[in-house]
Design a protein around this ligand. Sequence first.
Ligand code: MF3
Ligand code: CO
Length: 260
Amino acid sequence: MAYVTKKSAEEIAILAEGGRILSEALKAIRERAVPGSGTEDLEMFARAELAKRGAEPSFLNYRPSGEREGYPGAICISINEEIVHGLSVPNRVLRKGDLVSLDFGAKYKGLFTDMAVTFYLGRPPQSVRRLIAATRQALRRAVKTVRPGAYLGDIGRTIERHATRYGFGIVRDLTGHGVGYAVHESPRVPNYDDPSLSDILLEPGMCLAIEPMLTMGDHRIKTRPDGWTIVAADGNLSAHAEVTVVVTERGRKVITPFID
Ligand code: MF3
Ligand code: CO
């Protein structure tokens, strides 16, 4: 069974401070991301936004298990059919009509937080508006299931039910995860109903990154030849939203405040 670490009250106070910093930084980056913004400019801006608040980028040089090299950026910028881990590339510029996801992680006083937001540049078509809204709402509903005595499996079941109601697909090969002492910790937090998680009890001090990835097509993904960028195999649009949450005595605390 998955072992899930528990953070102390002192550690949770640091995580909350780091989460506030991460959220503020991501909000500033999100506001800078407009038609004409260069992805490399956003990357440099992202680094500076953390540095000026005393935090470090946690994705930069991070090597997910199974990878041979570390991630080359501080922030993942994924556009349109790209789902996650998109790279900033020289001369790559955001355009009106792009669906943009920013995924950002911080290390603050030795502890890790993680969050993501997806938004549209311009006035979104109705279908895209629904995709973004359903993804954000799935995340909010999943977060509300988190409390001592609830089960880990409640998170994915809630997300799946919500996505299915809207008719959206769910990425299955990428999941949320434990977080805090590392970028990724046990347990996996899938975005679908996984009966093997139904008996893992949530307890105060557990810290989770919950991150639904919904698609306009099906669940299949592939990795681009750059080795990082994960796209929908069918080329459809997708949206991603993520927060870091800690289980408290009374319920939960979102330690990376939501941004739109
Ligand atoms: N937030 C990302 C995730 O949970 C972490 C990015 S890992 C990186 O998967 F190596 F791609 F940066
Ligand atoms: Co994550």
